[in-house]
Write a protein that binds this ligand. Structure first.
Ligand SMILES: *Cc1c(COP(=O)(O)O)cnc(C)c1O
Length: 428
């Protein structure tokens, strides 16, 4: 495949945009080579500026769960746009999507819409701090909650060491309030709680992690976290920006039967437009301005185009009783196929999967946390990525990312992909 025009466009972009991209992972730094510039997309396919067609396994990092340019979403956005694109005033549409989201997700009474997953998590933490009147939070190494300061904290060395910022610009003052724990390690979490008695406002987690590859919680891990949070009067925040409306209608709360205090959304909830949201029971949500003391706002929050797209998406998911089962079956089929061809070609690998989130790690040991996720062979991943690209298949340009399966994929697409992986794995 040729990427001549993408290369030219990237060179032009680099002159006026830092690194040529508006979000770092798009720059292909993890795999080398030139990022592909998209011209359009439909269903399961991307069409790039050089005229290549690619089967898409990223789907805008999750939102396009029903495929690109999904007709009900496109129609809803076009209709709304004709009537004005932003008002900064309330619309009926906002109540409609809020009521629908609340009916789909367990344990939430009210929801507030924002413009990104980052904003959702940032606001959830502020709300938790205001509500509990405490400052510290616990996050897990390898979990991503957007790019706000409190979350850009690298793993410290000891159990209760304060985090050090892993980006210049994040102050030590901010970093010291973020405590790190190891995913799937309940004793470690317990130790962090014990070293910070009565100080922890919230524990935030991706309840099925997706930003270090797909890493499922071990049995009882989430319910044990719930117990620890109860014992310490700490709020449990599920960051379901990735998993919400993807793994089940009600997200991981529904799958695990574990009740979170605050839930964050993004990605699917916006149908491909910039939307995030956070939700909780009344007692907590009523702490927000204008009825409560915790301030949170947004000029474009609840934007009519974004709400129309999100509503069309959630309505489709809500009305299609078989959607999550279909996604599970397609992804299980893909998993089985990949396992077969990688084994036949004697490749060392581990596959993690929950529903329509799947990741392939080039390491023989189980991947259960950030440390084990980092053990994967990155050189093999790079070859795998570029080999698949050559075959017309687009996976995330980083070994730490999950693949997001879309319902638009057909079994022919999946068979084509498995055959391509067979071919590429002979070259690894
Ligand atoms: C993508 C993501 C975010 C950040 O969302 P943005 O819309 O990129 O700001 C937060 N948390 C999780 C779990 C995510 O996957």
């Amino acid at each position: 495949m040729l990427y001549q025009r993408s290369s030219q466009l990237f060179a032009e972009a680099e002159k006026v945009i830092p690194g040529g991209v508006n979000s770092p992972v798009r720059a292909f730094k993890g795999v080398g080579g030139t990022p592909i510039f998209v011209k359009s997309a439909k269903g399961a396919y991307l069409y790039d500026e050089d005229g290549n067609r690619l089967i898409d396994y990223i789907n805008s990092w999750g939102p396009m769960i029903l495929g690109h340019a999904f007709q009900p979403v496109v129609d809803a956005v076009i209709e709304k746009a004709k009537k004005g694109t932003s008002f900064g005033m309330p619309t009926e549409l906002e109540t409609q999507i809020a009521a629908l989201a609340i009916s789909m997700v367990p344990n939430i009474d009210k929801i507030r819409f924002v413009n990104s997953g980052t904003e959702a998590c940032m606001s959830a933490i502020r709300l938790a701090r205001g509500f509990t009147k405490r400052d510290k939070i616990i996050k897990f190494a390898g979990c991503y909650h957007g790019h706000s300061d409190s979350f850009l904290i690298q793993a410290g060395s000891g159990l209760s060491t304060f985090g050090i910022p892993n980006s210049p610009g994040v102050t030590e003052g901010t970093a010291k309030d973020t405590l790190l724990a190891n995913f799937n390690d309940i004793e470690n979490v317990r130790a962090v709680f014990e070293a910070n008695k009565n100080e922890i406002a919230a524990l935030i987690i991706e309840p099925v992690a997706g930003n270090m590859g797909c890493v499922p919680p071990k049995e009882n891990f989430l319910s044990d976290l719930r117990k620890l949070c109860n014992e310490n009067n700490t709020l449990l925040i599920f960051d379901e920006v990735m998993t919400g409306f993807r793994l089940a209608k009600g997200g991981v709360q529904e799958l695990s039967n574990v009740v979170a205090d605050i839930v964050c959304f993004g990605k699917v909830i916006g149908g491909g437009l910039p939307v995030g949201a956070f939700a909780a029971r009344n007692e907590i949500m009523n702490y927000l301005a204008p009825i409560g003391p915790v301030y949170q706002a947004g000029t474009l929050s609840g934007n009519p185009l974004a709400m129309a797209a999100g509503l069309a998406m959630l309505e489709t998911l809500n009305n299609d009783a078989a959607i999550f089962q279909r996604l599970e079956e397609k992804t299980a089929y893909l998993e089985k196929g990949i396992r077969k061809v990688l084994t036949e070609n004697k490749i060392v690998f581990t596959i993690n999967r929950v529903g329509s989130m799947i990741s392939v790690h080039f390491d023989e040991n189980p991947v259960t946390d950030f440390q084990t996720a980092k053990n994967g062979d990155n050189e093999t991943f790079k070859k795998f990525f570029h080999g698949l690209l050559r075959e017309g298949i687009y996976i995330a340009p980083s070994a730490y990312e999950t693949w997001f399966i879309t319902d638009a994929l057909t079994y022919e697409d999946l068979d084509f992909t498995i055959k391509a992986i067979h071919k590429v794995s002979k070259e690894l």
